[in-house]
Design a protein around this ligand. Structure first.
Ligand SMILES: Cc1ncc(COP(=O)(O)O)c(C=O)c1O
Length: 363
């Protein structure tokens, strides 16, 4: 079976984790937390970063640090992973869904404009499947309407908009380092803020609101959302070879694109202003029937794929009885192919030959 993803742990992960074990620094203090944060900050171009224990709590902290809560509305794409939306609900605020753009899969800036009300406090841009959102427009919309801009970069490590790494364009941003992400810590996440003041708030919230000067003194309702030194050790080894991982994933995407160019699949392409990180190699078919049949055929031939996420407004706890036609259609027609850095040309060729066989047989 060719899995949809597996982490690429070929650098110094084991050596660094063993250093944690040998030194007994296995909890959330230790040398690797600072080192990972420093290298991550250098990579994305921000000094205001802090590690957390996953990408979901990273979003919860970002929203909480901005003071978002009951009575507020946060505009978010319905086509996203559920964590973007659940965390808004967890703060007591209301998610307000927007539709997507067919050609990019990203949130529709025109729909964002239509959804702004007097209660809107923030827009959450989710850079889905490794392609940046239309940040030029979203930054201007947020500026014009005095809204916070949050970036959910869980799927977009290594993605750039006009040469700037995503996560450095809005007020606050979050990353995930789950095992299927471009760089991983097993479970883990990062919050990135525009200002020192904001990242200090995030740090205070993630560490039980403990005072920096008075022992065991807590002054707010807060959380333990810290990352462990062991996770940070893996993260440091990962970020040391981030360029290699990203280059390999770009190569894999190109192999798919070249191999399948004569077949009825629409590739999730890079745009002129962007650098795509090709987190998952994503393509669209013309109908949900063809998408499901192709997935089934590949499964029978030992190739794992993923469908695009169901739109969040269709989940029972987030249900809204209205249509987001583009997001719904994309969700039904989209497919993710294996894209882990270990994949070799021969394996991609084999996957593509199987895809071609499906199309040739079904025509
Ligand atoms: C868009 C998006 N946001 C948030 C998350 C949550 O990250 P985590 O799984 O690390 O909690 C994910 C993770 O898969 C994601 O894809």
């Amino acid at each position: 079976m060719i899995p949809i993803y597996k982490p690429y742990l070929k650098n110094r992960e084991k050596e660094y984790v063993n250093r944690c074990l040998d030194s007994t620094w296995i909890s959330s203090k230790g040398e690797f937390i600072d080192k990972f944060e420093k290298q991550f900050g250098l990579f994305i171009g921000s000094p205001h970063v802090t590690t957390v224990c996953n990408g979901t709590v990273a979003i919860h902290l970002a929203l909480t640090a901005l003071g978002i809560g009951p009575g507020d509305e946060v505009i978010v794409p319905t086509l996203t992973y559920v964590a973007s939306v659940n965390t808004i609900v967890q703060t007591g605020a209301t998610p307000v869904f927007v539709d997507s753009v067919e050609s990019t899969l990203q949130m529709d800036a025109d729909d964002v404009l239509r959804k702004i009300t007097s209660r809107t406090k923030a827009v959450m841009a989710v850079h889905l499947y490794g392609l940046p959102c239309d940040m030029g427009r979203l930054v201007n919309i947020c500026k014009d309407h005095q809204l916070y801009l949050i970036e959910d970069c869980a799927e977009a490590f290594g993605s750039f908009y006009r040469q700037q790494h995503v996560g450095t364009l809005g007020d606050i941003a979050t990353f995930s380092f789950f095992g299927n992400k471009t760089i991983t810590t097993g479970e883990g996440g990062m919050v990135v803020a525009k200002t020192k003041n904001l990242i200090d708030k995030v740090f205070h919230l993630k560490t039980q609101g403990v005072s920096k000067t008075r022992e065991y003194w807590h002054d707010i309702v807060a959380y333990n959302y810290r990352m462990t030194n062991i996770c940070a050790a893996i993260g440091l080894a990962q970020i040391e070879k981030a360029d290699e991982i990203l280059a390999k994933k770009r190569q894999i995407a190109q192999w798919y694109k070249q191999n399948l160019k004569d077949f009825p699949l629409t590739f999730h392409d890079e745009l002129p202003d962007t650098q795509h990180s090709f987190w998952m190699c994503t393509m669209l078919l013309d109908s949900s029937e063809h998408r499901d049949a192709l997935r089934e055929y590949l499964q029978q031939n030992g190739i794992e794929t993923r469908p695009l996420f169901p739109p969040c407004h269709t989940f029972p706890h987030l249900f809204i009885d209205r249509s987001y036609p583009v997001a719904e259609s994309l969700s039904q027609r989209g497919i993710n192919f294996p894209s882990y850095p270990d994949l070799e040309f021969e394996e991609i060729s084999m996957i593509c030959e199987t895809i071609k066989k499906y199309f040739n047989g079904s025509r």
